[in-house]
Design a protein around this ligand. Structure first.
Ligand SMILES: Cc1ncc(COP(=O)(O)O)c(C=O)c1O
Length: 424
């Protein structure tokens, strides 16, 4: 009995976590969650927090949305796993159909599923290589595509993602993000276009700091791809599922990718990713070349179908747009009022702001880390991102109510005030 009571303290669990779970599996908050609903989480000691992190862009429809919970329960009562390769089931097909219908492009599409974002990246590259019979992949500086060998090889930032984990996958070429003028010489000096299978890009770079390229960047990339029979893969794992006010962020540039990948908010917290693309590309690999034991698990597919229903029924894309305007105006006010607030990045409700040293204007990672800790103490969960770790990203559920949103903003503002005063 005593032991059970002890276990319920954050401090005690933290000790066990340190003993049994490797430190590389990083944590942001020092507390353990007992329940989460909408835009709020409560820890095991009863401390309530407003969630501006959304499980890193995974909870766009809110924690434990009743429709998602009910779909999960209903499916769990029927069957949990058959393995789609062994015995097929309807939710997989229905989800593939619906995603093909909403993905950009008025042409026949196909879709299949994996378990994580990184796995979707792996599969998109496999398919692109198979279809084009080429091996080169062009990726960008400041990109993040996951932690598997291919994901890590495509990812830009060395620490913490790549340090000590090499050698990396070959035939990957990296170019700065946002400047297509460099492409011409790049395709002479680094790799011949005839050897390039695909260009992979995040429409809004997520871990990289919510960086958006100039308006002509993606249209030019699409042109280069078309001229050279290179496929364009849009990694919408963080930017998709309505985060920017459009279902797919690439729609802001009116560009149609050959393959789109989704994960994170697709199934509201259940592990599921989708690879969607032109029929002729997706259908190229031989039978048995794609798949996995758990891939497209029926409970995860049902959760994703509920998410798509919620987007329609609750008009979530318009909500995301309105929320984006509120965040934008708030962040701009902070930028005006606080010297420690630097550049603002992002689109719609995928917004972030940098913290800087007011004297040198240099990135202030220490301030961002302190900000996260101070906010947590006051009951707000936020997370950082960016090349220099000094960017605060806002990824609250799109369904957040005004009261929670305002309180979250207040907490950030109080802490900006504190950090600003301290830095004087
Ligand atoms: C753009 C992007 N691609 C891929 C991934 C990897 O996804 P996962 O962590 O589900 O493997 C992430 C995760 O943050 C991401 O933001």
């Amino acid at each position: 009995m005593k032991e059970v009571e002890l276990m319920k303290k954050n401090e005690n669990l933290l000790e066990l976590r340190k003993k049994y779970v490797p430190k590389a599996v990083y944590n942001i908050l020092p507390s353990f969650i007992s329940k989460a609903k909408g835009a709020k989480m409560t820890d095991i000691e009863g401390f309530e927090m407003i969630d501006f992190a959304g499980g890193i862009a995974t909870i766009n429809v809110g924690h434990c949305h009743p429709k998602v919970v009910s779909a999960i329960k209903d499916q769990a009562e029927k069957y949990i796993h058959t393995c789609f390769h062994v015995a097929m089931y309807e939710p997989y097909i229905e989800l593939a159909k619906r995603l093909c219908e909403i993905a950009p492009g008025e042409f026949p599409k196909m879709a299949f599923f994996a378990n994580s974002g990184a796995e979707a990246v792996e599969n998109a590259i496999k398919i692109a290589r198979y279809y084009t019979k080429r091996s080169g992949i062009i990726t960008f500086e400041n990109a993040f595509h996951g932690r598997t060998l291919m994901g890590m090889s495509l990812t830009s930032k060395v620490k913490p993602y790549k340090l000590g984990f090499g050698p990396f996958a070959p035939e990957i070429y990296r170019i700065p993000f946002g400047d297509t003028n460099l492409f011409e010489t790049f395709l002479i000096d680094h790799v011949a276009p005839e050897s390039v299978a695909a260009i992979i890009a995040e429409p809004v770079q997520g871990e990289g700091g919510f960086i958006t390229p100039p308006s002509d960047f993606f249209p030019k990339i699409a042109e280069i791809c078309q001229e050279n029979d290179i496929l364009f893969i849009a990694d919408e794992i963080q930017s998709g599922m309505g985060r920017t006010g459009k279902m797919f962020a690439i729609e802001h540039w009116n560009v149609i990718p050959d393959i789109v990948i989704l994960a994170k908010s697709l199934a509201a917290g259940l592990p599921l990713s989708a690879i969607i693309g032109r029929e002729e590309i997706m259908n190229a690999p031989h039978i048995g070349g794609l798949g996995g034991t758990f891939s497209g698990n029926p409970i995860a597919c049902r959760a994703a179908l509920a998410v798509l229903d919620i987007f329609q029924e609750e008009n979530l894309l318009s909500k995301a747009e309105v929320l984006g305007q509120k965040i934008n105006s708030q962040v701009k006010t902070w930028q005006k009022n606080f010297e420690i607030v630097g550049n603002i990045h992002g689109i719609g409700s995928m917004m972030a702001f940098e913290l800087i040293d007011p004297k040198t204007k240099k990135p202030a990672k220490d301030k961002a880390t302190e900000m996260v800790n101070l906010c947590h103490k006051k009951g707000l969960v936020i997370i950082t991102c960016g090349k220099y770790g000094n960017t605060i990203r806002l990824l609250m559920p799109l369904v957040i109510n005004d009261e929670d949103l305002e309180r979250g903003f207040e907490i950030i503002e109080e802490n900006l005030q504190l950090l600003e005063t301290r830095s004087k």
